[in-house]
Design a protein around this ligand. Structure first.
Ligand SMILES: *Cc1c(COP(=O)(O)O)cnc(C)c1O
Length: 374
């Protein structure tokens, strides 16, 4: 049996090698390495997939978040509401732009922003909410958009982990993750659900003016070459990456189904177990299972992780420390106990291998090994 991996990008590549290699070769033959035709083509295909008016590609997901926030006229000290349980990038760009992250706890079952606490977080300085569609399913966008409308706040969706998830509103209309707020962003980091062979990112919006601004900021603040209307950044998706992504986008739905199949088998295997709690599904969103994240109850998560590692089963802790307790963010004055659910999740969560090429034999071994620990 080959070594089990968290994500098997090699086998995934083997299955689409012909198409991917042809795409790469075409870029090299044309040598338009920056802003080649594949970049535009990919942006337009991804916009169609997401049923969104504009898709602006950029260098990575963190840049995408930064560009999104630079688009609005936020002032230093303005407050942005963001979950305490997320990847650091979401908060990093808030801090870099001298805005103030205002953390909000998440729910213990779905790991999403706890919308019941949203109103209490809003002050006269609040300018935006950043829901993070963590692990592959959407936050409660009905409520988040309602609150945003009521207080005139911008909504920037962090869809780095949930590309392809679909949200159903209370009125039954459906929208893709990343296309519901003012702006949505995603990442094409190799292990993300739609990953390239390096770094890449994209920004989504349905707003004409925002699209213009986003494009301008991502390109040194210029609309016309060498005329700079605003301070911008240099953030581009390489043509080579776009060529690869054009191929992989065609398989994205298939990949999401494969991930769901793996998740379903884990669900079944751990059903009713007292120590192993499977991830809950939210009602209004499909799940694309960027991660399959267990909660370990009544046992030492780290000890289990070491045990699994010794037996050849990799697992990961996303995330071991909540953002408000990270050293770099201590100056905001938060202390232990401020976000009890995020803090408790950091001690309990364990993400299992999940990817598009999981074979039954491997998954059975993973499940058996975990159960044998207890
Ligand atoms: C991966 C990720 C990002 C950042 O994407 P990069 O392309 O690595 O910069 C941002 N937010 C979340 C939730 C992520 O998972």
């Amino acid at each position: 049996m080959a070594k089990i991996q968290m994500v098997d990008l090699k086998t995934q590549y083997e299955k689409i090698k012909g198409e991917v290699n042809a795409g790469i070769q075409e870029v090299i033959d044309n040598s338009a390495f920056i802003n080649g035709p594949q970049v535009k083509a990919f942006a337009s295909e991804l916009a169609d997939y997401n049923k969104v008016k504009y898709t602006i590609t950029c260098g990575n997901g963190t840049d995408a978040l930064q560009i999104a926030m630079m688009t609005f006229d936020f002032q230093p000290g303005d407050e942005v509401i963001v979950p305490a349980f997320t990847y650091i990038a979401t908060v990093e760009v808030i801090a870099l732009l001298k805005l103030k992250p205002v953390f909000i706890d998440v729910t213990n079952d779905t790991f999403q922003m706890d919308i019941d606490q949203l109103n209490a977080k809003i002050s006269h300085k609040t300018v935006a909410i950043i829901p993070v569609h963590l692990f592959g399913q959407c936050s409660n966008m009905d409520t988040i958009l309602e609150v945003a409308r009521e207080y005139n706040l911008k909504v920037i969706e962090d869809t780095a982990q949930a590309i392809g998830a679909e949200y159903t509103f209370k009125n039954k209309s459906k929208r893709m993750a990343g296309t519901m707020g003012d702006i949505g962003i995603t990442s094409f980091f190799p292990s993300k659900n739609l990953g390239c062979f390096g770094d890449g990112g994209a920004i989504f919006t349905n707003d004409d003016l925002l699209a213009q601004k986003l494009r301008m900021i991502a390109n040194h603040g210029q609309k016309q070459k060498y005329y700079h209307d605003s301070i911008g950044v240099n953030s581009r998706l390489d043509t080579l990456q776009a060529a690869i992504l054009r191929v992989k986008l065609k398989y994205l739905d298939e990949y999401s189904s494969a991930r769901n199949e793996v998740a379903r088998k884990y669900d079944t295997a751990f059903e009713g177990h007292t120590n192993i709690i499977s991830p809950s599904r939210v009602q209004n969103s499909t799940h694309v299972f960027h991660q399959y994240t267990l909660k370990i109850e009544g046992a030492d998560r780290d000890d289990l992780k070491n045990y699994l590692s010794e037996k050849g089963v990799p697992s990961m802790v996303y995330y071991p420390v909540p953002v408000h307790l990270q050293n770099a963010y201590r100056n905001y004055g938060y202390v232990e106990g401020d976000f009890p659910v995020a803090e408790s999740l950091c001690k309990k969560v364990l993400s299992l291998p999940i990817h598009t090429e999981m074979v039954d034999e491997d998954q059975k071994f993973i499940i058996e090994t975990i159960k044998n620990y207890f």
